[in-house]
Ligand binder design. Structure first.
Ligand SMILES: *Cc1c(COP(=O)(O)O)cnc(C)c1O
Length: 478
């Protein structure tokens, strides 16, 4: 086929959009988006054909592999389908988290409680009393309910809610220490995932960082020597995602507060993980916010979607005068939380306040589950799986393993768990794992351990178990 004829065989955007496949895709994407993708696909094909032609004259004149009009259309349809599915892969999907990593950062950290989901869907999705006082009919305090609960749960005088913990650190540092010095231990200059680096946030806030001590040891006297007339704040950062062990020292928070208060300086603790209760029973050594406040920290910040188990939010609690200064900072207007987050947060805090932490808040319920609890669920799941799946192809075994807390919290805590190890007679572990991730709705995210796919039910909600089973069945069918 001569070159120009070949180019003429290229389907037009219109012809491509008229195919049965494209009409089905348009239902999903809408016609304007599909048209844009169809243009990209046909442009791409045209460019490739032109390139081939240029090569042909030199290398393969009269090559017989010239595609026909129908073949080119089929090729374009295939490319269009892949383009739509690639675009869809970037959407936010609900997934089943079978990794056993409770606060999986890439999977959205803490899953919301039933009450929090209802609050988002019902209270916040329409009009709501975000900044409205029903009693007086006048303007109310934004996030008032969440703030009151935070103060109650932490014993602090006042609270404030912003977009995330990084934002709360920026707000506090900028409000209390801009243009002055902030003293921090060299052992606490941490990087939390996603580019939150303490020195960078300090620089951005306009405070000058004064480092004291060494990586492993910082003494009270180191802080004391660093205090000048320029000092505005003493910062303590919880090294959330790592631990320094061995020859280490750091003054107790209460000692640091005594030193600071004797010099009229406030102490700010960035606690990060936001444990409202002592989780020592689950081998966690995360700071308890109420304890930090009790020991004298003047202001404390933490995340809403780590061990508090709510939505992404940055929570500021502490002395009223300091919290109110943060509220008056124009940065607060830029960093404040939205109504959906505030609704989910208030509903979750309400569960903590009612003492329902381990029954209603999913992340904490998952953390509290014992190996025995999980093994019982795994056995029941396997009974249902064996009834539906071909015993010759699929092999299951329950093995001892470890879950993780994730979200940059408690890096040394590995809750013991019971894993379901899955093997298949005709598919590799990598193929099974990819199949679960790519071929089923909702996608199932699993781990590979010692050459086998393993499923950890710790992070799979009971209502998701049928979906997990369907996913395994779909692998068999596929
Ligand atoms: C996680 C963490 C942050 C960042 O919190 P985000 O909610 O992700 O913004 C800041 N400081 C500490 C100590 C943390 O652990």
């Amino acid at each position: 086929m001569p070159a120009t004829q070949l180019l003429r065989a290229l389907p037009s955007i219109d012809a491509l959009l008229r195919t049965r496949e494209a009409r089905a895709l348009a239902e999903r994407t809408g016609l304007p988006r599909l048209t844009a993708l169809a243009r990209i696909v046909t442009d791409e094909l045209r460019a490739e054909l032109q390139q081939q032609q240029a090569g042909d004259t030199a290398a393969t004149p009269g090559a017989n592999g010239k595609p026909t009009r129908a073949e080119l259309l089929a090729e374009a349809v295939g490319r269009l389908e892949r383009a739509v599915s690639r675009a869809g892969a970037n959407d936010v999907h609900r997934v089943v988290n079978a990794t056993g990593v409770i606060l999986h950062t890439n999977l959205g950290r803490a899953p919301l409680s039933e009450a929090a989901r209802r609050a988002v869907a019902e209270e916040a999705a329409g009009y709501c009393t975000l900044e409205y006082d029903l009693e007086t009919g006048a303007r109310g305090r934004r996030g008032g309910r969440a703030e009151d609960l935070l103060a109650e749960l932490t014993g602090a005088e006042a609270a404030l809610v912003v977009n995330n913990c990084a934002a709360s650190a920026l707000l506090v540092l900028s409000t209390l220490a801009r243009d002055g010095e902030t003293i921090v231990s060299r052992g606490e200059l941490v990087e939390i995932g996603g580019d939150f680096r303490v020195p960078d946030v300090m620089a951005e806030s306009g405070t000058r960082m004064v480092e004291v001590g060494t990586t492993n040891r910082t003494k009270l006297a180191d802080y004391e020597r660093a205090i000048t007339t320029e000092t505005r704040l003493i910062l303590r950062v919880h090294p959330s995602n790592y631990r320094i062990v061995g020859f280490t020292a750091a003054p107790a928070l209460v000692e640091l507060c005594a030193l600071a208060h004797a010099r009229d300086l406030p102490v700010y603790e960035d606690a990060g993980s936001g444990a409202l209760l002592d989780l020592g029973a689950y081998n966690l050594d995360e700071p308890v916010i109420r304890e930090s406040v009790r020991q004298g920290a003047d202001i404390v910040t933490f995340s809403g979607d780590k061990l508090l188990g709510a939505t992404q939010a940055g929570l500021v609690v502490g002395r009223r005068a300091l919290v109110e200064r943060c509220r008056r900072n124009p940065l607060y207007r830029a960093l404040r939380a939205d109504k959906l987050a505030l609704a989910a947060l208030a509903a979750t805090l309400d569960a903590h306040a009612r003492g329902a932490t381990f029954t209603e808040v999913p992340a904490l319920r998952m953390l509290a589950a014992t190996r025995d609890d999980i093994e019982k669920r795994a056995r029941a799941f396997l009974r249902r799986a064996r009834a539906r799946l071909d015993a010759d192809a699929f092999q299951f075994e329950i093995i001892a393993g470890q879950s993780a807390v994730g979200g940059g919290s408690a890096p040394t805590t590995h809750p013991p768990t019971a894993l379901i190890a899955v093997t298949h007679a005709h598919a590799s572990a990598a193929a099974l794992e990819a199949g679960l991730r790519q071929r089923v709705r909702p996608p199932v995210i699993a781990r590979i351990l010692d050459g086998r796919v393993v499923l950890d039910l710790r992070t799979v909600a009971a209502v998701e178990e049928p979906e997990l089973l369907d996913a395994l069945c779909a692998l068999r069918d596929g």
